[in-house]
Design a protein around this ligand. Structure first.
Ligand code: ADP
Ligand code: MG
Length: 237
C-alpha cells in the first residue's frame, strides 16, 4: 500500500531565503510521525505546502495516492488533509460549539448534522462541558484543544498538528499526548510539529528532523535523539 502522504523533492524559496530544500518525506497510514527541528528549520512552511496554503517553488505533494500539488487548500481538506489553525480573532467571539461546527460544515451541509458531529467531537476531545462558552473565555490549553477539535470535525485522514503541545504545563501536555494517541486509535494518521523533544519523542512512531530547510535525520525516536547530527543541530554550534 502506498504512503498516505509523500512530499517529493519539495523546495520553497522566499526571495533569497530557502525555507525548504529538496524535502522528501513520507507518512504511512496509521502512523504518528513527529516533525522536529530548531526554530526556523522550515517545519511550518512544510505544513503549509502539505495543506495547500502555499504552492511549492518546486517538487510535488502526494496524498492518498494522488498528486495534489496543484489543488487548493479547501480541496485538500475535502480529500482528508486536516490541520490546526491558530484561533483567529473572529472565532474568539463565537462559542466553542460554533467554532467546531465551522469545521463540521466541510462535510455536513445540513446544519443539524454538522451540530451533531460537532457535539461528538467535543465529547471526544473533552470539551463537551465548555460547548456554550465563548472561545475567548477558554484557558490556553483549552484553546489548543479547540483547534484540534475543529480540525477533527472536518473528518481528516491525516491530521497536521503544529506545536499544539508547546507552552503547556506538564500536566496539560500529558492530556494533549493522550488525545493524540486517541486520535490515532480512531484511525487518523498524525503528522505533528513539536519543538519540545521530551514530549514528542515518547509519543511518535517515527521522527523526521529538519534543519536549515533540509531533512537531517529520520528514524525511530530512540535512534534520532542519540544521533550526533541532531545533538549538534539543537546545541547550535
Ligand atoms: P519553523 O516552523 O521550523 O520554525 P518556518 O517554516 O516558520 O520554520 O520558517 C522557515 C524559514 O522561512 C524562516 O527563516 C522564516 O523566517 C522563513 N519564512 C517562513 N514563512 C515566510 C514567508 N511567508 N515569507 C518569507 N519568509 C518566510
Ligand atoms: Mg513553526
Amino acid at each position: 500500500m502506498t504512503a498516505l502522504l509523500e512530499t517529493r523533492g519539495v523546495w520553497q524559496r522566499f526571495g533569497g531565503l530557502v525555507a525548504n530544500s529538496d524535502v522528501s518525506i513520507s507518512v504511512g497510514r496509521g502512523e504518528i510521525v513527529g516533525l522536529i527541528g530548531p526554530n526556523g528549520a522550515g517545519k511550518s512552511t512544510l505544513f503549509n505546502l502539505i495543506a495547500g496554503v502555499l504552492p511549492p517553488t518546486q517538487g510535488s505533494i502526494w496524498f492518498d495516492g494522488e498528486d495534489v500539488t496543484n489543488l487548493p487548500a479547501a480541496e485538500r481538506c475535502q480529500r482528508g488533509v486536516g490541520r490546526t489553525f491558530q484561533v483567529v480573532k473572529s472565532f474568539e467571539t463565537m462559542t466553542v460549539i460554533d467554532n467546531v461546527i465551522v469545521g463540521a460544515l466541510v462535510r455536513n451541509t445540513v446544519m443539524r448534522e454538522a451540530r451533531g458531529k460537532a457535539h461528538e467531537v467535543l465529547e471526544f476531545t473533552g470539551l463537551a462541558a465548555r460547548a456554550d462558552v465563548l472561545a475567548s473565555d477558554l484557558v490556553p490549553a483549552e484553546k489548543r484543544r479547540l483547534e484540534v477539535a475543529r480540525a477533527l470535525a472536518t473528518e481528516p485522514k491525516l491530521l497536521l498538528l503544529d506545536e499544539v503541545l508547546t507552552g503547556l504545563t506538564p500536566t496539560e501536555a500529558q492530556t494533549g499526548v493522550a488525545l493524540v494517541r486517541k486520535v490515532r486509535d480512531a484511525g487518523i494518521t498524525v503528522l505533528m510539529v513539536e519543538h519540545v523533544m521530551e514530549i514528542v519523542m515518547p509519543l511518535v512512531d517515527r521522527a523526521i528532523v529538519l534543519d536549515l530547510g533540509k531533512v537531517l535525520v529520520e528514524g525511530k525516536p530512540a535512534d534520532v535523539v542519540r544521533d550526533p547530527k541532531v545533538i549538534k543541530a539543537y546545541l547550535g554550534d
